[in-house]
Design a protein around this ligand. Structure first.
Ligand code: 6GU
Length: 220
């Protein structure tokens, strides 16, 4: 599931440039039984399988001998909803583990003894944590200095200043009568920046009004 995602575009470039290392581990490779089973029936519940402690514990113990980890993150719908502030913080760390849950979840003792942070990507249920792990990886890696060509572009992303992005345009300035706003062609940088900020605020007010209320946006 991950190989395609990590083999293209910005993630691939980041890996090729040596700016990040991404290691994939298959929990099944750590199963102690010959059928490579990593799940078992839940104690005290009818339905659903639970991921066993031993393969996960062995993998985490092995990794912790190789390097120290700043966070061991469990991807689960009960986690804290992931957002840009968490992406920013994770991008400053050295090493993190992303553990993908499956089935009904992982044995609670793994959460108690190894997990330092639980993350969800939204209020819907996925069949496993892999898509969430890929999404988090993308959002974190692109913030590592040197990963994006234009150093400033991560800072001007939607959300980075608590606002949605203003509209953008490129050539031609007139496409069969559909015109680019005059001000963007004026060359007046101050006026242009004021216009962009106004449009960002207007778009945020129309589409995500709650963002203007949140966290005392210093720009407003
Ligand atoms: Cl991180 N995992 C699963 N299985 N479902 C989710 C999720 C994670 N975040 C939202 N739904």
């Amino acid at each position: 599931m991950f190989e395609g995602i990590f083999s293209y575009s910005i993630l691939k470039r980041a890996v090729d440039k040596g700016l990040v290392e991404i290691h994939l581990h298959n929990i099944r490779d750590y199963a102690a039984n010959k059928h490579r089973r990593v799940d078992d029936y839940a104690f005290g519940h009818g339905a659903g399988m639970v991921m066993m402690i031993q393969p996960i514990a062995d993998l985490i113990e092995k990794l912790r001998k190789e390097r120290s980890y700043d966070e061991v993150i469990y991807l689960s719908p009960d986690g804290e909803i992931f957002g840009q502030p968490a992406a920013n913080r994770l991008s400053t760390l050295q090493n993190i583990i992303l553990l993908c849950g499956h089935y009904k979840g992982i044995d609670e003792r793994i959460r108690e003894h190894y997990i330092t942070m639980e993350v969800s990507i939204g209020d819907y249920v996925l069949s496993g944590g892999e898509l969430a792990a890929a999404l988090i990886t993308d959002s974190v890696v692109r913030l590592i200095p040197g990963v994006l060509g234009d150093e400033t572009s991560a800072l001007s992303d939607s959300f980075q200043d608590g606002l949605l992005s203003p509209p953008v345009y490129t050539r031609p300035a007139d496409y069969n009568g559909w015109k680019v706003p005059e001000i963007l062609l004026s060359g007046d940088e101050k006026k242009i920046n004021e216009w962009l900020m106004e449009k960002a605020i207007e778009r945020t007010r129309q589409r995500r009004p709650e963002m203007l209320q949140e966290n005392d946006n210093p720009l407003l």
